[in-house]
Design a binder for this molecule. Structure first.
Ligand code: S3P
Length: 179
């Protein structure tokens, strides 16, 4: 936790594989803030994996749980919040993000890099015939939503986790002083 100033919640949004969790964790260490990954927290609370939640309750059931958790964490200052890539799809979540004190940061990634980083994973939305096409579609349809809520946009393409965390820490601190 930071000794001096209070940070509002800092919410990392962006596609799967964009580095929300990895850069988020490094960023939290750098800024001495708490860190939560909403998907991991949901898995911990439900006792099952995200793919299991999708299987049992469908995407809609998962999204409802995601919204509840988002609401809870938006009330926590001094916290870096890594969200799931689809958090911006629900209007309710976008409104929550815009109306809160949180600073939302959009981490961008090119479709090919997203594909490389996620192709060995079990992400439910990418268990399809052509995941790269799906990724392209998701990036295209979600980018306006990410942009609608983001106060900052940062490209993680070709960046190491440490580089990303250092550059983002600078940009976030600068952005917060402008508020
Ligand atoms: C999703 C992204 C995943 C997870 C779920 C749905 C999405 O999180 O929330 O599989 O809709 O893009 P990551 O962005 O952490 O992979």
């Amino acid at each position: 936790m930071s000794a001096g100033r209070q940070f509002p919640p800092i919410v990392l949004i962006g596609m799967m594989g964009a580095g929300k969790s990895t850069i988020g964790r490094a960023l939290a260490e750098l800024l001495r803030l708490s860190f939560v990954d909403l998907d991991r927290e949901l898995e911990r609370r439900c006792g099952v994996s995200i793919p299991c939640i999708f299987d049992a309750e469908g995407e809609d059931g998962f999204r409802k749980r995601e919204t509840e958790l988002l609401k809870e964490y938006l009330g926590k200052p001094n916290t870096i919040i890594a969200t799931g890539g689809g958090v911006v799809v629900r209007l309710e979540n976008r409104e929550l993000l815009k109306q809160s004190q949180a600073l939302s940061v959009h981490l961008t990634i090119l479709p090919e890099q997203c594909y490389e980083r996620t192709r060995m994973s079990d992400r439910p939305l990418l268990q399809c015939e052509n995941p790269l096409e799906t990724i392209r579609f998701l990036i295209k349809t979600r980018t306006p939503y990410y942009q609608e809520v983001a106060a900052l946009t940062y490209s993680t393409d070709g960046k190491t986790v440490q580089e990303g965390a250092i550059e983002l820490a600078e940009q976030i601190q600068k952005r917060l002083t402008e508020r």
